[in-house]
Design a protein around this ligand. Structure first.
Ligand code: SF4
Length: 332
């Protein structure tokens, strides 16, 4: 019997014994299951800034966890080994190494044993293994922890209803315009922006957007257009990262610091409060400045974060020490 998967915008109709577009959701005996459930491929402590999250518990570490799978096919994927169907890790059944069987409780126990209180669902796209993510996230909440999701954001409406109440902070990759998604990702901007709008209007939720800038494919006008859309949706934090040759785009040139600098200025002119440079030596755009008085609140060098204690005391109240302006983020 045909079944519909409601995990992402594709809403795949899956025949008995077959899998959907992502290759990890399977119709077995009339019900759809995630074939990778509990098969953890990566679980390691990272600086929260590496995700990147600059407005969630700055300077803290997170347990980053990933199962296999993604519902896009980006030619520039930075984690294609963990996400794409041409990876030796693709579960067909497992082509190469078996992952570690880890229950949600075991993953939470690992987070606690590492002395951490933040769990990040990341590397591949957790939208295709959201059942495992949500079971884990409930346990993280019971342990008074924080849940962070790094995703392409192409949720189905049903997935938005399930995920947004449980996850505290989202980093959503907003890759380009509709033509970019179609050409390079087998995806669509529309469901991504719908998710961005829903999260921005949900009380207490944090959203940071990230765009990998590919010079020669993106231009500065694209940055303006995307920036305006993000601003209208309510996005306050935008990371713009330099592309380096990777995966199916090994022969494309790296994005220059100069192009990135022009893009950062374009992003700021769109009215986004906090704009950051990624994969860059531009330290000026690594700092968090108060959007009202412009003074520095958080200094960064790579993943090293510097906040003076007095400033941190104010940050815990969500306020700029210099002018009292509210600072966007999750600080505790
Ligand atoms: S998660 Fe998305 S791509 Fe995968 S089967 Fe479900 S609807 Fe299709």
């Amino acid at each position: 019997m045909m079944r519909t998967c409601d995990f992402c915008w594709r809403l795949c109709e899956i025949k008995e014994g077959r899998r959907g577009f992502c290759g990890v959701r399977e119709n077995r005996n009339g019900s759809i299951r995630t074939v990778t459930y509990g098969k953890v491929l990566a679980a390691a402590a990272d600086p929260i800034e590496k995700k990147p999250f600059y407005h969630v518990m700055p300077g803290k570490k997170t347990l980053s966890a990933a199962l296999f799978g993604c519902n896009f096919t980006c030619s520039f994927c930075q984690n294609h080994d963990l996400s794409q169907k041409d990876s030796p890790l693709f579960p067909a059944p497992w082509k190469d190494q078996e992952p570690t069987d880890t229950s949600p409780q075991q993953l939470v126990n690992k987070m606690i044993e590492c002395g951490l209180s933040i769990m990040s669902y990341t590397y591949s796209d957790p939208v295709v293994w959201q059942d495992y993510m949500l079971h884990t996230a409930e346990l993280v909440k019971q342990a008074d922890g924080i849940n962070c999701m790094v995703t392409n954001g192409s949720f189905s409406p049903a997935a938005s209803q399930r995920i947004i109440p449980v996850i505290d902070a989202f980093n959503i990759d907003v890759k380009g315009d509709e033509a970019f998604y179609s050409r390079w990702c087998s995806g669509s901007l529309k469901p991504v922006m719908e998710t961005v709008e829903k999260i921005c209007s949900a009380p207490g939720k944090i959203l940071e957007a990230t765009t990998l800038l590919i010079e020669g494919i993106h231009d500065i006008e694209d940055v303006f257009q995307l920036g305006r859309q993000l601003r209208e949706a309510g996005v306050q934090v935008w990371h713009l990262s330099r592309f380096f040759p990777h995966y199916r785009m090994e022969d494309h040139r790296p994005t220059s610091e100069r192009f990135l600098r022009d893009a950062l200025q374009a992003a700021q002119s769109c009215g986004i409060s906090y704009v950051y440079a990624g994969n860059s030596g531009n330290l000026e755009y690594a700092k968090t400045r108060c959007p009202s008085c412009g003074r520095e609140i958080i200094g960064r060098r790579g993943y090293y974060v510097h906040v003076e204690q007095e400033l941190m005391d104010h940050l815990l109240l969500g306020l700029c020490i210099h002018c009292g302006e509210k600072i966007y983020g999750l600080f505790r």
